[in-house]
Ligand binder design. Structure first.
Ligand SMILES: Cc1cc2nc3c(=O)[nH]c(=O)nc-3n(C[C@H](O)[C@H](O)[C@H](O)COP(=O)(O)O)c2cc1C
Length: 397
């Protein structure tokens, strides 16, 4: 087994991922769109928030556990669904094992590289993520497969705008990973021998198929065929969301909510949770940071449904800031992808350990016994920080 070297921050995991992966593969993990305004704001906005620590009165043992969509989690951090885990041969199964080892739940992308049955076997706390692809009948079939496989919740992501183009260039993702593509990639891959070897050992090239878009046991369509079908599918209405919510019946999250008016419509559609999310800045560039939009959404619907946040979480202290502003928990994307790319399953565990330790330190400094005790009083919010979207006019604070 490869020697795993512990890293102490997510930034170091990112540096390792960059060193280890071929350039185009690393670039696919960095993602983001256009000028990168949103992805930067997601991260930088956390730096504008400060802490108001106590000097005496720290609690000896702090409780980080909570529940998200009915699942007990040992820390208020869950795995956000992401579609590029074929950067590691074990992909989503490695992530699922890491999340299980650290006592947390996982969102599994529609565009995952591993069948949901294998992922649930590694971690029973799986929420299956759905894109609006193929219309009601096709979606109903996929959701039924997820139910049969044992998924304990559904995450519906409807904020994707098919935005493409980045000022720093987009990676060329091959249609299929066959011998010809491997040879074409070889000049950049050859400079990353550890990554190449990890796949070489398995005798399996990275899989660019999406098995959860097909029936159980089928290999699934190639990524780009599924993407094309998605582009050709009319986007969902609020009636469609209410229909799917009814069909599923269990815990149901709408991911990508940024506005108060949408949050209220989500409540009307019967959802049990929302994620305040801008898809990690991969979408409509210029959308503000999720942490800025969170307080108004929590104020409007936080007493009716669970509100989680994703976007820009890189430290335990970011998690604590989000909880102080009313999030029940957060979901992480790039942070664990970098851990996965840097060191496989132990790398993801390492990232979760970093976040856990950071949350614990912040709770200690703030004199809080539990993540449930955090309040806005624990942090310093500069004037003009928040953005209450969809209240009167977009952006009113
Ligand atoms: C490379 C990449 C792939 C993603 N794929 C999906 C996906 O398939 N489904 C989805 O709902 N969100 C997807 N997301 C968005 C994440 O779930 C999450 O909203 C975002 O990464 C959070 O921001 P962070 O990366 O700053 O933590 C993806 C994000 C990245 C970076």
């Amino acid at each position: 087994m490869a020697r795993v070297v512990w890293f102490e921050t997510v930034a170091i995991a990112q540096q390792r991922a960059k060193r280890r992966l071929p350039k185009s593969v690393y670039s696919a993990l960095v993602a983001a769109s256009e000028k990168g305004l949103t992805v930067s704001d997601n991260v930088e906005a956390f730096s504008e928030l400060g802490f108001a620590p106590h000097v005496v009165g720290a609690i000896e043992k702090r409780d980080l556990s909570t529940t998200v969509m009915g699942q007990d989690v040992s820390l208020p951090v869950i795995i956000s669904p992401t579609g590029v885990q074929a950067v590691d041969p074990d992909g989503e199964v490695a992530v699922a094992r890491a999340a299980a080892a650290r006592g947390t739940a996982m969102g599994l992308s529609s565009f995952a590289s591993k069948p949901i049955e294998d992922v649930v076997a590694a971690n029973p706390k799986v929420f299956f993520q759905v894109y609006w692809l193929g219309g009601r009948e096709a979606i109903a079939e996929r959701v039924e497969r997820a139910r049969q496989a044992g998924a304990v919740g559904l995450i519906v992501t409807t904020d994707w705008t098919f935005s493409h183009g980045r000022d720093w260039g987009s990676p060329k993702i091959p249609e299929q990973m066959n011998l010809r593509t491997i040879l074409r990639m070889s000049p950049e891959a050859i400079t990353r021998p550890a990554w190449l070897w990890k796949f070489g050992k398995t005798l399996r090239p990275p899989d660019l198929r999406v098995p959860n878009q097909a029936k159980r046991g089928e290999p699934g369509p190639p990524f780009f065929a599924a993407y094309g079908e998605w582009m050709a599918t009319p986007p969902p209405s609020w009636d469609d969301i209410a229909w799917l919510r009814e069909l599923w019946g269990g815990p149901f999250m709408l991911k990508g909510v940024m506005r108060v008016d949408d949050a209220k419509k989500a409540v009307d559609a019967g959802v049990s949770a929302i994620s305040v999310s801008n898809h990690g800045g991969n979408n409509l560039d210029g959308t503000p940071a999720t942490i800025r939009a969170l307080p108004a959404v929590v104020e409007a619907v936080g007493d009716q449904i669970e509100v989680v946040l994703d976007g820009g979480i890189r430290r335990g202290s970011d998690v604590v800031k989000a909880l102080a502003l009313g999030a029940r928990a957060v979901m992480i994307g790039r942070a664990y992808l970098w851990g996965l790319a840097a060191a496989g399953q132990p790398g993801v565990e390492n990232v979760l350990d970093i976040l856990r330790a950071g949350i614990d330190c912040a709770l200690m400094g703030l004199g809080r016994a539990s993540v449930h005790d955090l309040t806005p009083d624990d942090i310093v919010v500069p004037p003009g920080f928040a953005r209450a979207l969809g209240v009167r006019g977009a952006g009113d604070t």
